[in-house]
Ligand binder design. Structure first.
Ligand SMILES: NC(=O)c1ccc[n+]([C@@H]2O[C@H](COP(=O)([O-])OP(=O)(O)OC[C@H]3O[C@@H](n4cnc5c(N)ncnc54)[C@H](OP(=O)(O)O)[C@@H]3O)[C@@H](O)[C@H]2O)c1
Length: 248
């Protein structure tokens, strides 16, 4: 088992990529703490993990919620070896529809949530620890209607370099995982009609070299690589897992 006796703190661990990663980390021997904002999804995820996870309801847009979640993990485990700052969501909005409130909300979840998850967990991470941030294929290609989400993901990629440099002297690695188009509930929350979703999916599928959406379990395996000692000499990178979407 690659994560025996490790403690993993996973935001957005109640669905999609985060939930599949929690399952794999658990199977590899880790204690998993999963964080989500929706109580029903949190409970359902707990059942999928056979009651073998610590469930914490917290809205990562709020720093006080992150502090409370981290404190709960500290009281239970004393430390955190692996942080997966993965929570994220957005709705589609073209240039003319974007309001200051929309920008603020996107930043609060996709950037502040990522940054403060790292800041608040960092004091609890021992040497040998690993931080993983979920970025996006939007860091490489532009998609209409996703300008602010893409900007937050570019900022998250930047964080990985700077915080990687800051935490390297403590023996903590910081890396990003960059998903392509992955079949998760993410797309259903973007405010698109069924017809629009179908068009987006068809357009993306055409551009993907492997001609299919990825599975959340395929991202989980990459997260396991970055979390475990298999990647002990890797820090500051963005591991692209996208079926070739951004490479050809
Ligand atoms: N799927 C893709 O094609 C794709 C592509 C590129 C990047 N990504 C990135 O991958 C990450 C995971 O997405 P996914 O595809 O697995 O989507 P998902 O299935 O919708 O999962 C998103 C997770 O984030 C959590 N979350 C959302 N808002 C939150 C908040 N305010 N506080 C705490 N948790 C919150 C959700 O739980 P609650 O709603 O219960 O809070 C859920 O657990 C995201 O950062 C996304 O941007 C996905």
């Amino acid at each position: 088992m690659k994560l025996k006796n490790k403690v993993a703190f996973i935001t957005g661990g109640t669905s999609g990529i985060g939930l599949e990663t929690a399952k794999l980390f658990r199977a590899e021997g880790a204690e998993v703490v999963i964080v989500g904002s929706n109580a029903d999804r949190l409970e359902a995820a707990g059942r999928e993990l056979d009651g073998q996870a610590t469930l914490i309801q917290a809205d990562v847009r709020k720093v006080a919620d992150i502090e409370r979640a981290v404190e709960e993990a500290r009281l239970k485990f004393g430390h955190i070896d692996i942080v997966f700052a993965n929570a994220g969501a957005s709705t589609v909005a073209p240039l003319e529809a974007i309001t200051p409130e929309y920008v603020e909300d996107n930043l609060a979840l996709n950037f502040n949530g990522t940054f403060f998850t790292i800041q608040k967990t960092a004091p609890l991470i021992p040497a040998g620890g690993s931080i993983i941030v979920t970025t996006s294929f939007l860091n490489t290609i532009g998609m209409p209607g996703l300008s602010i989400l893409a900007a937050t993901k570019a900022a998250a990629r930047s964080l990985v370099r700077t915080l990687g440099a800051e935490l390297a002297p403590r023996g903590i690695r910081v890396n990003a995982i960059s998903p392509g188009a992955i079949a998760t509930p993410f797309y259903g929350k973007m405010g698109l009609s069924e017809e629009q979703l179908g068009d987006v999916a068809a357009g993306l599928q055409q551009k993907i070299a492997l001609k299919r959406f990825g599975e959340a379990s395929e991202l989980a395996k990459s997260a396991l690589y970055l979390a475990s000692d298999d990647s002990s000499y890797t820090t500051g990178i963005e591991l692209v897992v996208d079926g070739g979407l951004t490479q050809f």
